[in-house]
Ligand binder design. Structure first.
Ligand SMILES: [Zn+2]
Length: 289
């Protein structure tokens, strides 16, 4: 077995010194306050080093996306930006290089490695409890893969985010990719869940063959059709929503002193999070396909 640190935070592993395709990537901690993915890939790297896990075909890439923010326990570094909102690379045209922060440099450092992959899994966690769900970029067999890794919901399109996130960049380059929200940051089992999802992904893509069956389950496919931004500091939810809670027509989603937001059709609450700045996304709404 061959294992090599290709760049800071990027390790490649293969049974062959030629590093053959397919290139199967698993990334974690794009957001530094979501360490479950980084923990999952470091456990998997250790299992390869110790010989309890072996690569089968192709080459595996394990990517700790934002090590500096992870060390700081922050979503992104104070001088930088959200690493998962830079994948349109617009800042290279609009922001002087001397104003770039860590994440601006990091996204360019990761661009070539990730753009060369044949398939990619991107692991996240959420501010409130949620069943594990994936966000597909719609390329090739990614939806079939997603249905075998132990998630409950698959989001097919994400209104308002598509071009800035890693899976959007990979869609442009034709790479099947999936972001997975494994559960809440503070779930004591979150790293175990992330590790199970990552191992299932490596199995289904054929990158490992450890004799375990794949994790097929009923997966409901939904579309995110609305994002609600926090209208004021006084805004609060009608109830303490949890991820994928079903909202009936007429439900009071939230209110502040002067406005009230109700849903007009049956939908799901996705990633409810009151702990954001005014103007940032406080909840998303999804409907069945
Ligand atoms: Zn995240």
């Amino acid at each position: 077995m061959y294992i090599e640190e290709l760049k800071p935070g990027v390790t490649r592993i293969s049974a062959s010194p030629d590093w053959p395709r397919p290139y199967v990537g698993v990334g974690g901690a794009m957001h530094g306050n979501e360490p479950c993915g980084a923990e999952a890939i470091s456990r998997i790297a250790l299992a390869f080093e110790e010989g309890t896990l072996a690569p089968a075909k192709g080459t595996i890439f394990l990517v700790h996306a934002n090590p500096l923010a992870t060390a700081q326990g922050r979503r992104h570094t104070p001088e930088g930006e959200d690493l998962n909102r830079l994948w349109d690379f617009e800042f290279t045209e609009t922001l002087r290089e001397d104003a770039w922060g860590y994440e601006h440099h990091r996204v360019l450092e990761l661009k070539d490695v990730l753009g060369e992959l044949d398939v990619f899994l991107d692991l996240h966690s959420a501010g409130t409890s949620t069943p594990a769900f994936g966000v597909s970029n719609g390329e090739a067999q990614i939806d079939e893969i997603a249905k075998q890794i132990g998630i409950a919901y698959l989001v097919q399109s994400w209104y308002g985010l598509a071009d800035k996130v890693i899976i959007g960049f990979l869609k442009l380059t034709g790479v099947p990719a999936l972001s997975v929200e494994c559960g809440a940051h503070d779930d004591p089992e979150i790293s175990d869940k992330a590790q199970q999802i990552a191992l299932s992904f490596l199995r289904v893509t054929g990158a490992i063959d450890d004799g375990h069956a794949s994790n097929g389950s009923d997966v409901r496919t939904v579309h995110v059709v609305e994002k609600i931004t926090k209208p004021s500091k006084e805004f609060y939810f009608g109830e303490q929503w949890t991820g994928f809670q079903t909202l009936a027509p007429g439900t009071l989603l939230g209110r502040d002193r002067v406005t009230e937001i109700r849903v007009s059709q049956r939908c799901y609450a996705v990633l409810p999070n009151l702990d954001v700045d005014v103007g940032d996304d406080v909840i998303y709404l999804a409907v069945d396909t």
